[in-house]
Design a protein around this ligand. Sequence first.
Ligand code: NAD
Ligand code: TYD
Length: 354
Amino acid sequence: MQTLLVTGGAGFIGCNFVRYLLQKYSDVRVVVYDKLTYAGRLENLADVAEQFAGRYQFVQGDICDAGRVEETIRTHGIDTIVNFAAETHVDRSILDPDAFIQTDVYGTYVLLEAARKLGNLRYHQISTDEVYGHIHGGHRSLESDNVAPRSPYAASKASADHFVSAYHITYGLPVTISRGANNIGPYQYPEKAVPLFVTNALSDLPLPVYGDGRQMRDYQYVTDHCEGIDLVLRNGVIGEVYNIGTGAEMTNLEMVEILLDELGKPRTLIQHVEDRLGHDRRYCMDVSKLMALGWEPDYNHEEAIRATVRWYLENRRWWEPIRNGEFKQYYQKLYGNRKVLAMPPEAEYTNANN
Ligand code: NAD
Ligand code: TYD
């Protein structure tokens, strides 16, 4: 039976991945290793713990703690590591990059070193399209493109990718890397754009759209991403990188309009605010390498956004306590004194329509 250590498994994508894996395979055991930062919640895995009690275990720990990582790998007979654990929010990385360097870079090194020392374990790194930096014109990022990160978060993830590749080249560690586009879906902490906008709109609060809102993103549904990761883990070529996304793109304003329509809320809730520092204008990846392995997304952008909105509508009990906790101070710090911009002329029609 394969035994995976899923680091960061109590966070958004990690918990969806663990659920996906245990439901799909009856011959897989999962040990979630998670520090439970503000973004990690055991309740994200409560149903998993109940349904898969014999094949699922949880260990609270920091990936920067080499002793605890090694002890967990030995005790549970781990043969595969999938590393989701990270500080993940660009805006927090702009406020304070320190934890990003600790967890995303040093923590990745600790895991790689443990994998090397304890028998050359199979290692998969969860990376992001943000390592490519912002992408001009008609280009789509290829796995062979140079990385060009522009935020502290992206720089920490790109550094980690370099270490993962170096461990493969230098020590022959059997690694793969996947670079995912923006994920949306159940259990995403409401600091990220889509759940922030949905939960603000449900409270009739303004939706703080950075700058003109014409930045381009590929919003993929989280289960599509999980399927892609699983495929790379099983069929990916060792040492290789795989992009995971729909390969399509949309503007943030288009995303917001679909979201408000699904909620039946007016577009007058859109509020353009001072832009994020160093805001990447466009991410867009070529995903043909993953598709050649037989993967296709089940959701297009619109379906992914609508399904996400419905989950937040039906799961107030999950997000309301979060918004009433640590989140409040964070929100005040980031948005409290943020300058509201005059509506860019091209966006005026959205108000006129409501
Ligand atoms: P998240 O912030 O929801 O969850 C991160 C998890 O990591 C939490 O459970 C947290 O407790 C845990 N963690 C943080 N520091 C830790 C440490 N030092 N030791 C152990 N656990 C720690 O993040 P997410 O959105 O689920 O992202 C998961 C991974 O996917 C990250 O590596 C991220 O860079 C990558 N990714 C995210 C997206 C996205 O759109 N969210 C897109 C592409 C790639
Ligand atoms: P986010 O969810 O933070 O993901 P990323 O920065 O990793 O792409 O943001 C998605 C997009 O939404 C990004 O272009 C920034 C923008 N955004 C806003 O306009 N307002 C906000 O309050 C947030 C959090 C993001």
